[in-house]
Design a protein around this ligand. Structure first.
Ligand SMILES: [Zn+2]
Ligand SMILES: [Zn+2]
Length: 111
């Protein structure tokens, strides 16, 4: 029986290892970006998969976080993401810059 998911699987297989052209609609399996509508900054395909590099970077960051966090609570993290979205990320980014400056100083940078 031919189902939608089978169709998608066939399409994935057909595109496996290839970047599709403008008419191809291979979508990132996470964020649904395509060749013609990429993420910002523009992404590529992660390996020979239907996962884009933007999402792959995010996954890497999350895995690093999970590895190092005292208690990696993904639900709490996503709640925080929504909080940042709601209250604007500009102020948060400025805090991050200050934090990074401290880290550089702590590492003996700036000499
Ligand atoms: Zn993606
Ligand atoms: Zn993307």
């Amino acid at each position: 029986m031919k189902t939608k998911s089978v169709d998608n699987a066939i399409r994935r297989t057909a595109n496996y290892g290839f970047k599709v052209d403008r008419d191809g609609q291979l979508k990132c399996r996470v964020c649904s970006c395509t060749e013609t509508r990429p993420c910002n900054p523009p992404c590529g395909w992660f390996g020979n998969s239907d996962l884009c590099t933007g999402c792959a970077d995010a996954i890497h960051a999350l895995l690093d976080w999970r590895e190092g966090a005292h208690r990696a609570n993904l639900t709490a993290l996503l709640r925080e993401v929504r909080y940042w979205e709601k209250h604007g990320t500009q102020q948060m980014r400025e805090r991050e810059v200050r934090r990074n400056t401290r880290l550089v100083e702590a590492a003996g940078g700036g000499r």
